[in-house]
Structure formats: C-alpha cells, structure tokens
Design a protein around this ligand. Sequence first.
Ligand SMILES: [Zn+2]
Ligand SMILES: [Zn+2]
Length: 173
Amino acid sequence: MQIAIEHLAEGLHPIHLEDMPAADFIPDVDGRFASPVKVEGTLTVSENSLVLQADIAVAMTFSCSRCLEEVEEHISGEIATYYEKTDRAIPEGEELTESDDVEILDYSAKSIDLSRRIAELVNLNIPMKPLCSEACEGLCPECGRNLNKSVCGCGTRQMDHRWHTLKSLLKEE
Ligand SMILES: [Zn+2]
Ligand SMILES: [Zn+2]
C-alpha cells in the first residue's frame, strides 16, 4: 500500500486508501482478509519531513478456536509515522536511525509504502483465540459434533457412567 508523494505540495493532505491485501500480506497467519484494508488519515508534508497519522481498519475471518466455525473479526488501530527526508550525502559519523515511529526517506522518493506498518499493526491485533461467542460450547471431544447446533448423547452417557460408579461405591460402604 503506497501513497504517492511526488506531487504533494507542502501542507496537510487527507488520506483515503482502500486496498485488498494479498493472501500472503501477513505470512503465517491462520486467517484471511474479508475486506479491503481502509486507511483514513492525514499526511503533513513539509520541506524535510512527512508526518502520517492514519486509522487502519480491516475485517478478517478466523476459525473459532472451540467449534472451528468461521468468525469475522474487525481489526483496527492507528499508525503514526514520521518520515525524515535525507539525501544520500549523510555526513560521516552522523547516524540516521530508524525507529518504531521514524523512517528515513530519500529526497527523491516518489512514494511511501505503508505495507509493513499495516502488517505489523494487524499482526499485533489478531486475536490469540478467536471465538464465535464467549458462550461457544465447542465440539464434543468424543463425536466431534458442534454442540452449539445440537446436543449429542456422549456427555449424557458420561454422566450416567459416573452416577453408576457413585452408586456402586455407596453400596460398598
Ligand atoms: Zn465457536
Ligand atoms: Zn458427542
């Protein structure tokens, strides 16, 4: 996801971007994108720097960690990045270091790329254990039935079994 900066005059520019990320936008994630990534914010351009502040929002689908049904999660957050412009002639000994919120940009750069920032943000906000509902009953460990949809006999049988054991214990006393 890129913002073209080549022809931007100094000042404040509203940013509206919408882009469907590629399936491998965030590698090793057990979920997929269900909506485009929306970027809404501002870019402040000045002679030697750019400041981006934007709200990021996207929907993703995951498997419920209990019943494996599809769950849609809305992931959102804010990115704020300061781009410091520089030319290649960085004086000897002077260090320009990038940090969490600062990136170094060449004066000749034609665009800024938000992909890494967005991927980081989404990655941080992905639910560890997605749930279709807090009350999800999950799958029966014996027959695999989705217990949100119907009740199987396995649990009942277990109860009966325990009850019989208890009764036989009582008899022995
Ligand atoms: Zn569930
Ligand atoms: Zn069962």
